[in-house]
Design a protein around this ligand. Structure first.
Ligand code: OAD
Length: 256
């Protein structure tokens, strides 16, 4: 059992708006590799400059498409874990709840589909870095959900004939404007902010907890490792999300 301080539980019980930022760590217990963990992180095995930039795609579209196709198939077989489910439970109890994720794996959304009792007025999950299950046109940047079966890799945009690409944010690209604005608004207006399973080194997501702190929110980090946020966070819970988050839920419900 991890020690969950009483003031943290009090802050949660009285919160009017809970905002949550998640990173790859929350999906680690579902078997989805993180990016920066030594040995197992994707960026310790692959060079992002060769796989996750516009230039890389322009140079070798087949390689990039196939790398994402491999990851998509892998992720499709993964199941949400106790950390994802605990967030949905927390959402049910919160007056207002905003979930911002850097993950492209769609696992938060999958939980919502599995949990029927979630009230219908939930706010959409904010996907800052896109979603690996969506596709868009490389040239027009518009989403494409249907195209004729083809052996060509990558397949071509049915409208303009350019290559299609995964609808994810690559290095050097801007984040989706609306998602970014909504995330900043949530960080400014929440009274409790969770940073879960993120190394906190990729901007602008990394700034969100600091914005919440400046606006007077209680900021809680859930991560087995220290991050650049740790020294400033109101509380740091050193453990994995799949264990820490259900414990927080249980203790909040206990009334003490
Ligand atoms: P990272 O791989 O940088 O960090 C994962 C964090 O999760 C680390 O701090 C781990 O200590 C922590 N962690 C590992 N297992 C955990 C667990 N079971 N529970 C809780 N925490 C755990 O991943 P992100 O911070 O998400 O961007 O990376 C941010 C962005 O960098 C990604 O969205 C991706 C990447 O390049 C793009 O592709 C645009």
């Amino acid at each position: 059992m991890i020690d969950i301080p009483t003031p943290l539980l009090d802050a949660l019980r009285h919160a009017q708006h809970i905002a949550v930022l998640t990173g790859a760590g929350i999906s680690a217990e579902s078997g989805v590799p993180t990016f920066r963990d030594a040995q197992t992180g994707l960026w310790s095995k692959f060079n992002p400059q060769e796989l996750a930039t516009r230039e890389a795609f322009a140079r070798n579209p087949k390689l990039v498409w196939e790398w994402y196709a491999f990851r998509r198939e892998f992720i499709a077989r993964a199941e949400p874990n106790a950390g994802h489910y605990a967030l949905t439970e927390l959402e049910k109890r919160a007056e207002k709840f905003t979930l911002v994720t850097q993950n492209i794996d769609g696992l938060h959304e999958r939980v919502r589909q599995n949990v029927e009792t979630l009230r219908s007025s939930v706010s959409p999950i904010i996907e800052l870095h896109g979603n690996i299950f969506r596709t868009k046109c490389f040239r027009e940047d518009t989403r494409v959900s249907d195209w004729l079966a083809t052996d060509e890799i990558p397949p071509r945009c049915p409208r303009c004939g350019s290559y299609m690409r995964p609808d994810v944010v690559w290095f050097g690209e801007a984040l989706p404007r609306r998602a970014l604005d909504e995330s900043f608004r949530a960080a400014e207006s929440c009274d409790v902010f969770f940073s879960i399973g993120t190394s906190g080194v990729v901007e602008p997501a990394a700034s969100l907890p600091f914005i919440a702190l400046r606006n007077g929110a209680v900021v809680i980090e859930v991560n087995p490792e220290e991050t650049p946020l740790s020294a400033s966070a109101t509380f740091c819970l050193r453990g994995v999300a799949g264990i820490v988050m259900p414990q927080i839920l249980e203790r909040t419900a206990e009334g003490n």
